[in-house]
Design a protein around this ligand. Structure first.
Ligand code: AMP
Length: 393
């Protein structure tokens, strides 16, 4: 079965196809027609089954068909248990809505709310939010729910496990009765069903068995390294560990050119894409990389946006990105559609603030590995999760 049979329009099909999705996953086959028909839905599906697209694609279809956006209003609300998931869902929405004129935003706690409030002023078509921050925003009248058409509770079981039930009830109380409601949960426990009863009366129900995964298996780890040793360390990995391929992210365009040169001195052929190179050159290099003719591609974050390579086995953060959300964008380039992938970060003492922000966003400390040949002079401390460095406030 192909996506075109599901009732989605051309701009959505184009975005999905560009992401390399060849056919819908089980949950997508089942959920998309139900959601398009306007029915409420309760779905048992785990992360990795393609569940995000199963609700985002039909929501995009519905919102793009009609309706308008008023200031401080939202048309679809997706509630998630964690910041990490909120960011990830919003990243997905932006990818799927690439050819549509719909706006999306993620709001979550732990960061200053002013910028989020400003973004809400014009209204947002699809808001992804964690419950606590959403309530804060509602209390501050930064948004109102009168125009809400669709509610999604994503990972409902986790939201309950994390003690969000009171917040969820307060939110649900404020929503208009005329709306479509969708609930996704890894398991449909009694508590989840009880919550579902407060959300809707008669929902369609589907269950997707967990072994049918499209899950990205991204093995994330980091290595601490002195800044002046990074290029030597990269060469070491490429040569000693016989890396087949890597997409390597650097922060500045001059570092991209410099790294190509440093690798070249050690006999490693690499090329770079950044804003200083013409579009035609970038496309040619990218095509070579995708075809496997170029094995090591160095890219700045901006140039790499939208790079989509089937089967990319490895992403390296030669520098850590700022803002932290870019880390999730970057590592999402590997491990797509069920393939396994590796995301490795080279962290020097200068990167510590960015590391704290990334690990806080992930809600966990990334596994560290060491290489005996590269002892570190400037130790990188272990992050304090939820630490907000001053420059990120
Ligand atoms: P999710 O279950 O929403 O977390 O999705 C898991 C992963 O599967 C994400 O990396 C998606 O980009 C990817 N994905 C979702 N739908 C498809 C599809 N139809 N074909 C290939 N990959 C997909």
């Amino acid at each position: 079965m192909s996506f075109s049979k599901l009732g989605l329009s051309a701009p959505i099909l184009k975005a999905v196809s560009e992401l390399g999705y060849r056919q819908p996953t089980d949950i997508q086959k089942q959920a998309i027609p139900i959601i398009l028909s306007g029915r409420d839905l309760m779905a048992a599906a785990q992360t990795g089954t393609g569940k995000t697209a199963s609700f985002v694609l039909p929501i995009l279809e519905k919102l793009s068909a009609e309706g308008e956006l008023r200031g401080r209003s939202i048309r679809a609300l997706i509630l998630t248990p964690t910041r990490e998931l909120a960011v990830q869902v919003e990243v997905n929405i932006a990818q799927y809505a690439k050819y549509l004129n719909l706006s999306s935003l993620a709001v979550y706690g732990g960061v200053d709310s002013q910028a989020q409030k400003e973004r809400l002023e014009k209204g947002v078509d699809i808001l992804v939010a964690t419950p606590g921050r959403l309530l804060d925003m509602a209390y501050q009248r930064a948004l109102f729910f009168d125009d809400l058409e669709i509610l999604v509770l994503d990972e409902a079981d986790r939201m309950l496990d994390m003690g969000f039930i009171n917040d969820l009830n307060k939110i649900i109380d404020r929503l208009p009765g005329h709306r479509q409601s969708l609930l996704f949960s890894a398991t449909l426990t009694d508590d989840v069903r009880y919550l579902a009863d407060t959300v809707y009366d008669d929902a369609a129900e589907i269950t997707i068995s967990p072994h049918k995964k499209a899950a990205p298996k991204i093995n994330q780890w980091l290595i601490t390294v002195d800044k002046d040793q990074k290029s030597a360390l990269l060469s070491y990995f490429i040569i000693e560990q016989q890396w087949d391929q890597a997409l390597i992210f650097v922060e500045k365009k001059h570092s991209a050119a410099k790294l190509v040169e440093q690798l070249g001195k050690r006999g490693i052929v690499a090329d770079s894409i950044h804003s200083g190179r013409s579009q035609a050159v970038r496309e040619k290099i990218l095509a070579d990389f995708k075809a496997g003719n170029l094995r090591f591609l160095i890219a700045t974050g901006i140039a790499a946006r939208g790079i989509d390579i089937d089967g990319l086995s490895r992403v390296v953060n030669y520098d850590l990105p700022y803002p932290a959300e870019d880390y999730i964008h970057r590592i999402g380039r590997t491990g797509r559609a069920g393939a396994s992938g590796e995301a490795i970060s080279f962290v020097s003492k200068d990167d510590f603030k960015n590391l704290c922000a990334i690990e806080s966003l992930l809600g966990k400390v990334i596994q560290r590995k060491e290489v005996d040949a590269f002892p570190v002079r400037k130790i990188v401390p272990i992050s304090i999760l939820n630490y907000r460095p001053k420059h990120l406030k």
